[in-house]
Design a protein around this ligand. Structure first.
Ligand SMILES: [Fe+2]
Ligand SMILES: [Fe+2]
Length: 322
């Protein structure tokens, strides 16, 4: 009998039960499938923020295209900037499909960013004044992104999982590109080594912040709990940060560089890194667009969006000329 019953006629509780059952079995939820509102809203927020961060992340690196020290490095960084813009486009398409029931469009995601209603990743509010920063962003910021994104490769939402598969493959190239820059500088002159040490000293807190606070201060169910409950990801912010520390601390130290935290140590009994907490109130301040480069980058994005309006118009189906 249930076979003949249309899905639409099921009660909300039954739809919800079947939805959780599908997720539990490892099935993928697709754009047109029924999904609970908090699942949809969590995904919209997560994917819009991810997509916009890809685009905002291209800005500090774009600054380095004209200044890259060789043609080879210039080509590498240009390809990375193009990839990041592509990641942004791919993700905004995924977010747009999810927003359809609310009648919201991709254009509105951009307006949310411009108004300050949509946050982008803390790391992209920071300055990148030296070539050491350009290398460090590829090596450690993309390295951190690989850790959070591979944790969502099996996300219950099919379109996001598939987008991430392609994105992660490209992020690996970005991390290798960054590592190559850092290795070259590490083998270079004293001034070059000092340049990467300075970049690490300035970026360390931001890298710890990248994964978000360990516990949410919001009341009720935290965002972390919802994404884990709905199998969008499996690890908590702290577990992801520990994975990052496990992977990169030995690499940083092996280059003869130091980490600006005299309290940093590995606790063998607890099997985790003990580190000095970054200033989480400063983190909140930064993502509310009060970071050192927040306003500049937003203005750059607004200008680019306005200057490129003619491209969107030319490509719009409404403008098609027979
Ligand atoms: Fe990316
Ligand atoms: Fe990247």
């Amino acid at each position: 009998m249930s076979m003949t019953l249309s899905y639409d006629r099921l009660s909300e509780e039954e739809k919800h039960r079947r939805f959780l059952d599908r997720i539990e079995k490892g099935e993928k939820i697709e754009a047109d499938d029924w999904m609970p509102d908090d699942y949809r809203q969590t995904l919209i927020k997560l994917i819009s923020m991810h997509g916009i961060s890809e685009i905002m992340g291209a800005l500090p690196e774009k600054e380095w295209v004209p200044k890259a020290p060789s043609l080879r490095r210039k080509l590498g960084i240009m390809a990375k900037v193009q990839d990041e813009m592509g990641h942004g486009q791919l993700l905004l398409r995924v977010a747009e499909d999810l927003m359809k029931p609310y009648g919201k469009t991709r254009e509105e995601i951009m307006q949310d960013l411009f108004r300050g209603d949509l946050k982008f990743h803390n790391v992209f509010h920071m300055p990148a004044p030296t070539w050491g920063d350009a290398g460090l962003i590829g090596w450690l910021v993309d390295g951190a992104a690989i850790i959070t994104q591979t944790n969502m490769l099996k996300a219950s939402y099919g379109p996001y999982a598939r987008a991430l598969k392609r994105i992660c493959a490209e992020e690996v190239f970005h991390a290798q590109h960054g590592e190559a820059i850092i290795l070259a500088l590490a083998e270079g002159t004293d001034a070059q080594r000092a340049m990467i040490q300075d970049a690490i000293d300035r970026w360390w807190e931001s890298l710890l912040m990248f994964f978000g606070p360990a516990t949410s201060t919001t009341t009720g169910t935290s965002k972390q709990d919802i994404t884990i409950k709905y199998k969008i990801r499996t690890k908590t912010n702290e577990q992801l940060r520990q994975d990052f520390l496990d992977k990169y601390i030995p690499r940083v130290l092996s280059l003869g560089l130091t980490i600006p935290d005299e309290t940093l140590r590995y606790d063998k009994t607890e099997e985790k890194w003990v580190y000095k907490q970054p200033d989480w109130s400063e983190f909140k301040n930064i993502v509310r667009n009060n970071g050192p480069k927040s306003k500049d980058r937003l203005n750059l994005r607004i200008n680019a969006y306005e200057n490129n309006a003619w491209v969107r118009e030319a490509l719009s189906p409404d403008e098609a000329v027979v």
